[in-house]
Ligand binder design. Structure first.
Ligand code: NAD
Length: 455
């Protein structure tokens, strides 16, 4: 096995760094170190943990420009998006600082039994397995929640997006979080990832990634009876009725479909538009996309490259197959952009057959699907195995309520999409996974109740 792996800039194909290709032995060393700190870390006053998280956020904010540039260079997203993500991570740590001292419990008299105390205990060592698309934010969600409750965290980033997370972890250590309470193990999913999943002393796995890997994680963690949070793929519908503010809906759809080159679990992947306004919607989207500048994220661009060559090939072959089968009409894009880097043109498809896009397309492809009635739109929206997020764009309150109730997913936005405040529980149903990140729900994931009954 190679001891190091190269990290490649997806815009230029240049090697920009290396990461350790960690082994099961490295994971064992991390577990040993975490075990040493746990008794002390668990008993650290909540206010002290909160100060460490706030200090970490402040250091991240101070170095946001450098961190964002590094994130762009390894992940590909435009600098403005990278900066948003880095500052978003700081915001998440500030939120979890506010949670440290408010972990709920219960204390009351149970007549006939005695006096009941319920305290919530941290789980111990928790693993955070992170994908390459929003690495810094997803790291912050998992590490912030687990640390705020007094757990030790071993995080494994994706091999194509580890460098910025490593730098942020260094800052968190400078902020006072003990090295052993937060450790980063880099490397491949097969080696380092598997070692985390199959380590008997790791009590919780928070995994974000594909459905295929998520199922495998679930099966391999089962013999150890580990707690799991699985945040898997999404195939979000973005539903526009004829009463919607069309300009706002088009702007929202373009923004939330092409953000991060379409590589977001809750991207607006299937755009369902009421038939009478579908042509106008598509035209307006095309006008916006015609002005889209694609290029190296370090320059002034709207969209960068896909993160890795495999993803580029997958997007390219998926679109080619849809068009070959006559399941959509190509309005613009539909091809890779030649030259170095994993660039694919922002692509607009109209009159898309819903069945052609029942699998998520993790790339810059907007699929406009016309519908005639609200019931038909709900059927299409709920027709995939996914259930992460969806949005409804309308000016009718009854319509908003009908969709909010009928959409089978973990998050419904009304006249918004892809807004993820740290206070809001986030996660999916069905094949999009289970468990919730963010909000107090994540605190419940990372703690377990202990009931103490006094006689
Ligand atoms: P992936 O499943 O290939 O990898 C995710 C992480 O799992 C990486 O760190 C990887 O190294 C690790 N991994 C891979 N194989 C493993 C194994 N056998 N054992 C243990 N760990 C293993 O996913 P990806 O390609 O990095 O990310 C893209 C996918 O993630 C998309 O499907 C996307 O929708 C999904 N995603 C979901 C959410 C969400 O919150 N629901 C968020 C972001 C991305």
């Amino acid at each position: 096995m190679q001891p190091f792996l190269n990290v490649v800039n997806p815009a230029t194909n240049d090697i920009i760094g290396t990461i350790e290709n960690s082994t099961a032995e490295d994971v064992q060393n991390a577990v040993n170190a975490a075990n040493l700190i746990l008794p002390k870390w668990e008993r650290t006053q909540a206010s002290k943990r909160a100060v460490m998280l706030v200090n970490a956020a402040s250091l991240i904010r101070t170095r946001a420009a450098d961190l964002a540039a590094l994130l762009t260079t390894e992940q590909g997203k435009p600098l403005t998006e990278a900066r948003d993500e880095v500052l978003g991570a700081a915001h998440v740590f500030e939120y979890y600082a506010s949670v440290c001292g408010s972990i709920p419990g219960d204390a009351r008299m149970l007549p006939g039994y005695g006096y009941l105390n319920v305290i919530r205990k941290p789980l111990g060592i928790c693993a955070a397995i992170i994908p390459w698309n929003m690495p810094v934010l997803i790291f912050a969600w998992k590490a912030g929640a687990a640390l705020s409750c007094g757990n030790a965290v071993i995080a494994k980033p994706s091999k194509t997006a580890s460098l910025t997370i490593q730098k942020i972890a260094d800052l968190m250590h400078v902020a006072g979080i003990p090295n052993e309470a937060l450790q980063i193990v880099t490397g491949t999913g097969d080696e380092a990832g598997s070692a985390l999943i199959e380590h008997p002393e790791i009590r919780h796995i928070s995994f974000t990634g594909s459905i295929t890997t998520g199922k495998s994680v679930s099966m391999r963690a089962a013999p150890y009876l580990k707690k799991l949070t699985l945040e898997l793929g999404g195939n979000d519908s973005f539903i526009v009725t004829k009463s919607a503010d069309l300009d706002a809906a088009v702007k929202g759809a373009v923004k939330h479909r092409f953000y991060n080159c379409g590589q977001v679990c809750t991207s607006a992947k299937r755009i369902l538009v009421e038939d009478s306004v579908a042509e106008a919607f598509t035209h307006k989207a095309q006008v916006l996309l015609d002005k889209y500048v694609v290029g190296n994220g370090l320059e002034k661009v709207n969209m960068g490259p896909l993160n890795n060559p495999e993803q580029l090939t997958l997007v390219e072959s998926t679109v080619a197959a849809i068009l070959e089968h006559g399941d959509a009409e190509l309005v613009s894009g539909g091809k890779r952009i030649l030259g170095p880097g994993n660039f694919y043109a922002p692509t607009l498809l109209k009159n898309v057959s819903p069945f052609a896009v029942s699998e998520e397309i993790f790339g810059p492809v907007m699929s406009v699907i016309p519908f005639n009635t609200a019931d038909e739109a709900l059927d299409i929206a709920n027709s995939t195995p996914y259930g992460l997020g969806s949005s409804i764009w309308t000016s009718e309150i009854e319509m908003a309520r009908k969709f909010a109730e009928g959409l089978e997913c973990g998050v419904v936005w009304v006249n918004k999409h892809l807004i993820l405040p740290p206070e809001m529980p986030f996660g999916g149903v069905r094949s999009s996974g289970f468990g919730r990140e963010n909000g107090m729900d994540f605190v419940y994931e990372y703690t377990e109740p202990k009931s103490i009954l006094f006689g």
